[in-house]
Design a protein. Structure first.
Length: 115
C-alpha cells in the first residue's frame, strides 16, 4: 500500500498563487508517476498535471502556462505550483501515485479562489 498526504491548500484571491505538496510513503518502490487531479462540486474529476519518474510532464488544458508540477524521486514527493489562479480553479485537489496497473489517491486538499 501507498499512503499520500497532501498539504498547501487554502483560500487565495484571484491572480494569486498557491503551492501544493504531496509526500508518498509505504510501498513506494514501484511508483513511476505522480500527479494531481481535481474535482469541483457537480463536475467530473479532471487531470491537473502529472509527472513520471523520468521527468515527463503532462498538463490539463485549463492550467497550461499557469501551473507547474515538479517531483523528487528520492523523497517521493510531488509539488504543484499554481500561479495566476482563477475562481474556476476552486476545487478539491487530489494527489495521485501510480505504478503499473494501480493508482493510489490522497484524501484531497481544498483550494478556494475568491473573485
Amino acid at each position: 500500500q501507498v499512503q499520500l498526504v497532501e498539504s498547501g491548500g487554502g483560500l487565495v484571491e484571484a491572480g494569486g498563487s498557491l503551492r501544493l505538496s504531496c509526500v508518498a510513503s509505504g510501498s513506494v518502490f514501484r511508483i513511476n508517476r505522480m500527479g494531481w487531479y481535481r474535482q469541483a462540486p457537480g463536475k467530473q474529476r479532471e487531470l491537473v498535471a502529472s509527472i513520471t519518474s523520468d521527468g515527463i510532464t503532462d498538463y490539463g488544458d485549463s492550467v497550461k502556462g499557469r501551473f507547474t508540477i515538479s517531483g523528487d524521486n528520492a523523497k517521493n514527493t510531488v509539488s504543484l505550483q499554481m500561479n495566476r489562479l482563477k475562481p474556476e480553479d476552486t476545487s478539491v485537489y487530489y494527489c495521485t501515485a501510480g505504478r503499473p496497473g494501480l493508482t493510489y489517491w490522497g484524501k484531497g486538499t481544498l483550494v478556494t479562489v475568491s473573485a
